[in-house]
Design a protein around this ligand. Structure first.
Ligand SMILES: *Cc1c(COP(=O)(O)O)cnc(C)c1O
Length: 239
């Protein structure tokens, strides 16, 4: 098994301590911004984590899980049937994998072109509720990161908003590793401004998916409603 290391599962109390720490950071940042702590959802990013780790997280009350790679995610989703877990796809979306995403996830955070959204809309099974979608924005102009350019966001939002079977929720971004704190605030505030512009345009947007282990504090003070946290919850990932 590539993913799990049954000899060496993370001790549950380590996880509990990290979770406590993450919840403290969320509470602190929300308080700093005068926000209700319940307006921030903790999405546990489980790439590189085995099913046992996800079960431990569920036992501690977490229900929202994020995965980057469909081939890694599917066996985990299938190992937890009927659970309260809700799965968010947060990775690069290849055209030949959209069907599996449409059939197995609740959310997709990483849509950055209309063609992908159209495929998801067509492939979302009728028996499932609408697929929640965020548009990923290349807010920091880092060519290594996916996402649509900020000036293309309004047109893409309107086009996706018109598709059936998708519930357009908002925007997502990812900052380059090592972005200094002032730059984090600038980038997250810029994403927030794009969301507000979409609302002014009449779109019912309620989600800012921004903030990871290194920059969640700035993201929350700038309005994040979902923070995507891996390392700070589960410890460093195996390379
Ligand atoms: C891996 C990943 C995360 C979590 O990163 P950490 O730094 O481990 O918290 C969040 N969002 C995306 C898109 C990721 O790929």
């Amino acid at each position: 098994m590539l993913l799990s290391n049954p000899q060496n599962p993370p001790p549950a109390d380590d996880f509990a301590a990290r979770l406590h720490n993450v919840r403290e950071r969320i509470a602190q940042a929300a308080a700093t911004a005068g926000r209700d702590v319940h307006s921030v959802t903790l999405l546990a990013v489980t790439k590189g984590q085995a099913v046992a780790g996800i079960r431990a997280a569920m036992a501690m009350g977490l229900t929202q899980f994020g995965e980057n790679y469909i081939d890694e995610a599917l066996p985990k989703i299938q190992a937890l049937p009927g659970s309260a877990a809700q799965w968010h796809f947060i990775g690069r979306l290849q055209a030949n994998k959209t069907r599996l995403v449409a059939e197995n996830f609740c959310w997709v955070h990483s849509v950055d072109r209309l063609r992908t959204a159209e495929r998801l809309a067509t492939q979302r099974p009728a028996r499932m509720p609408a697929l929640n979608v965020c548009v990923q924005v290349r807010i920091a102009d880092d060519p290594a990161k996916g996402g649509v350019a900020p000036d293309a966001v309004p047109a893409l939002l309107h086009a996706i908003g018109a598709l059936p079977r998708l519930q357009l929720r908002g925007l997502m971004c990812m900052l380059p590793h090592g972005t200094p704190e002032a730059g984090q605030h600038r980038a997250f505030a810029a994403l927030h401004a794009l969301l507000e512009a979409g609302r002014q345009d009449g779109l019912a947007l309620d989600t800012l998916s921004m903030g990871m282990s290194a920059d969640m504090d700035a993201a929350i003070t700038e309005g994040a409603t979902i923070v995507r946290i891996g390392t700070a919850l589960f410890g460093p990932r195996a390379p």
